[in-house]
Design a protein around this ligand. Structure first.
Ligand SMILES: [Zn+2]
Ligand SMILES: [Zn+2]
Length: 155
């Protein structure tokens, strides 16, 4: 199933630039249930024994973002985290600044507001980014994490 998704993703990008390395990045990315940074993704791919440059990973993630195939959030130090957008539909997430867990949120009101603003101003194809972050219930009930425990997991 993940293979088909990776191929669908590849088709959503401009043709002619598909390499084995890029294919490998897509395969690993579709298997990540949580948001990952370019560096984490690069580490996972390298762990699979595939030689892919970090630049290739960054470039591919930017392309996926441009073509609306990933959701992007920022962690507490401003690093961009990526996750494949399920069914190609744009979503918003509430991200825990402590453990990196993300929850999709109902943002129909935001979407309706964006449409209304666009229409009123005569704009089309409006893009928007809404970032919501906080501390999740699980993290609030445990002791404060040490500095480097804020990494989102990717299993
Ligand atoms: Zn948390
Ligand atoms: Zn939205």
């Amino acid at each position: 199933m993940s293979c088909r998704n990776a191929e669908q993703l590849a088709r959503a990008l401009p043709a002619g630039r598909q390499t084995r390395q890029r294919g490998a990045v897509l395969h690993v990315l579709v298997d990540c249930p949580d948001f990952v940074s370019a560096q984490q993704l690069h580490a996972l791919i390298t762990a699979d024994g595939i030689g892919v440059g970090l630049t290739t990973v960054y470039r591919l993630l930017r392309e996926l973002e441009t073509y609306g195939q990933v959701d992007v959030v920022r962690d507490d130090v401003g690093e961009r985290l990526y996750r494949i957008r399920p069914f190609g539909r744009h979503r918003h997430y509430l991200v825990c600044r402590s453990c990196g867990r993300s929850e999709p949120v109902d943002a129909d009101a935001v979407e309706a507001w964006v449409d209304r603003i666009g229409e009123a101003a005569g704009f089309d194809a409006i893009e928007h980014t809404v970032e919501l972050s906080g501390i999740c219930a699980a993290c609030r009930t445990t002791t404060p994490p040490v500095a480097d425990e804020g990494e989102p997991s990717c299993r």
